[in-house]
Design a protein around this ligand. Structure first.
Ligand code: SF4
Length: 238
């Protein structure tokens, strides 16, 4: 019988860096970024990992052993973050198992649109439902897809993160928090890639922080910046 080796398109592997977003902000991690995404958010800052043409040109198909070998060549970090694109489009159980065998903790970042059983075996599941400003609002406001995803994600390891550019996005975050209060939630200032400098991002963070402070329904929600954009600007991390 021929053994089938599952390979997935890997756009980049880099680190260690600090996680710039969500509940794991500040944690040292290596990123493994996979190509392809089922969404097309208007403000996506990772189109090189979304657009099929760019992925076809830039990604390398790698199986779990090759990815782990590449990770092991980098300086040690406690976490490996599986990002994208949407990493949940791929079959990554062998990779998660192998990373665990090598004493790494595994985090995943996904919008929560596609469930795969291997996701439940990650140590941190960051789910980022996309708000109206993303242009993907038709998929999310019914919350059916998100409810399906969260019904299978362990509460103990799952957190929600929502990007907020404006009042409509903030209202969306409130809706999600109201429906799923059992999950820790962060709201993160929207980043106008290529335009927002540190001063603009800090002004947005002040606005978002005040919105949370003034809204009793959001008392348990943490407003956060994208730390890496403050540290390094709107550069692609490497
Ligand atoms: S879900 Fe994430 S990776 Fe996919 S298009 Fe939206 S922002 Fe980009």
């Amino acid at each position: 019988m021929v053994k089938v080796v599952k390979a997935a398109p890997v756009v980049e592997i880099y680190g260690p860096v600090v996680q710039g977003e969500g509940e794991m902000i500040g944690c040292q991690t290596i990123f493994v970024r996979f190509g392809y995404c089922d969404y097309r958010c208007s403000w996506c800052d990772s189109m090189f990992a979304v657009d099929p043409g760019q992925v076809a040109l830039g990604a390398i198909r790698m199986d779990a052993p090759s990815i782990v070998t590449a990770v092991l060549q980098l300086p040690k970090a406690p976490w490996i973050t599986l990002s994208g694109g949407n990493p949940a489009m791929h079959l990554l159980q062998p990779l998660v198992d192998s990373l665990h065998n090598n004493k790494y903790k595994v985090a995943i970042e996904t919008q929560g649109s596609i469930w795969k059983p291997w996701v439940a075996t990650c140590d941190c599941i960051t789910v980022s439902p996309k708000p109206p400003s993303s242009g993907m609002a038709r998929k999310d406001p019914d919350f059916e897809t998100l409810t399906h995803f969260l019904s299978q994600a362990p509460v103990s390891t799952t957190n929600l993160k929502i990007v907020v550019f404006d009042d409509m996005d903030f209202l969306f975050a409130k809706q999600v928090h109201h429906l799923f209060p059992q999950y820790p939630m962060t709201v993160q200032v929207g980043n106008d890639v290529g335009h927002d400098g540190a001063e603009a991002l800090l002004a947005k963070l002040l606005w978002l922080t005040e919105k949370c402070l003034q809204d009793p329904d959001m008392a348990a929600v943490k407003p956060l910046p994208q730390l890496h954009t403050l540290l390094y600007g709107n550069m692609r991390a490497k």
